[in-house]
Design a protein around this ligand. Sequence first.
Ligand SMILES: [Zn+2]
Length: 123
Amino acid sequence: MGRGTNLSEATKAEILRLSCEGKSGAEIGRTLGISRGTVSAFLTRYGRQNIRSCEYCGKAIKDSEAVFCPYCGKKILTDRDRLEAHLAEIRKATSEFPATQRDVIFKAIAEVSKIAKKMEGGK
Ligand SMILES: [Zn+2]
C-alpha cells in the first residue's frame, strides 16, 4: 500500500472527518480497513498543508473548512485574505508614486514571493 498516495477522495474525507472527531490513527485505520501507517502518513502530509493557527488566540485549527476560529470566534484569515490585504496596503501606500516606480515595487514583490515559494517548496 503506497503511503497515502492511493487513497480515494472519499477515504481521505473519511480520515479527516474521523480525525476531527478525535479518533486515533489506529481507530481510523480499523474503521476504514487501511493501515495505521497510511492514515498517519496522510494526516501528517495533509496537516502540514492545511492546519492553520488562529491569528488572534494562536490555537491550531484542524478543520480545513472552518471560517471562524472555534476557540475565540474570530474570522480565520486565509493566506489569500492576507495576501489581498497586504497588496491593498501596498497599493494604497504607493498610490501617489509615479507609475514607473510602482511597477518596480510590484515586480520586486512578485520576485520575492516567487523566491519565497521556491524556498518553502524545497524544504
Ligand atoms: Zn482564535
